[in-house]
Design a binder for this molecule. Sequence first.
Ligand SMILES: C[S@@+](CC[C@H](N)C(=O)[O-])C[C@H]1O[C@@H](n2cnc3c(N)ncnc32)[C@H](O)[C@@H]1O
Length: 261
Amino acid sequence: MTSDSFQEYDDNLMALLEAVWGEGFMSPGGTDEVDRYLSGIDLADLSVLDIGCGLGGVDVHLVKQHRAAKVTGIDVEPWLIDRCNALAQKHGVDDRTEFICVDPGPLPFADSRFAAVTSKDSIIHIADKHALAADIFRVLEPGGWFAASDWLSGYEGEPSAEMQAYLEAEGLDFGLATANTYADALTAAGFVDIEIVDRNEWYRQQARDERDQLGGALYQGLASQVGREFLEHEIDVWDKLIIALDQGQLRPTHLRCKKPG
Ligand SMILES: C[S@@+](CC[C@H](N)C(=O)[O-])C[C@H]1O[C@@H](n2cnc3c(N)ncnc32)[C@H](O)[C@@H]1O
């Protein structure tokens, strides 16, 4: 995840997130979570769009493990596109991936361009869920799947004081919405077979494990890599995150639905 307010920490933040979440990942659960939200969907030989590709870990995994024919990753940060290309090259999948820097807004692709669309924990940054759902529907082939994970809110209206404290500490550009809003957006776009699976319970425990790692096994190595002050700031973010999760204000969630064939 990135933000203007922490732009100077970008390399440090990426180093910390990869230490906690694995190579190429800026979101929790790594490849296991990708496999979980894609379970039962066969991507072999298909052309796949990944919205918010970040460091490229999802895209490499979709080619290597899910045997996608071609993965197109899009992101709004040019330096992340460079990181994705480097990761794809390192893993020898650069001939089956492409990474494109896009402006926020409509997806710059033709109708029915992709057989599947995915996204891991990135749609949170896109405030208009209805416009995005309609656009994903447009770029999907008939019969194509949209399968993703994302950070959802557990509240309508104003967040709790503790959730607000977490959002401010994280300093990111969030466009949080509830499961009801996502369901409504996907339905209005024309999707069918909509499944929304809450992952709050899983991540409440996982986030505690991550917090323990940051303060324990990872601490010395990360302190010398990213600096003690930045590491302490991030540990504070994790503490606030855990409270927001415990309150049910923040709800990691899996989404899947189909464009009618
Ligand atoms: C939390 S990161 C997740 C990255 C990656 N999917 C992962 O799981 O490691 C969110 C990503 O969404 C990107 N992003 C933000 N707004 C976007 C937009 N409008 N279109 C595409 N990507 C966007 C950010 O630059 C960031 O790389």
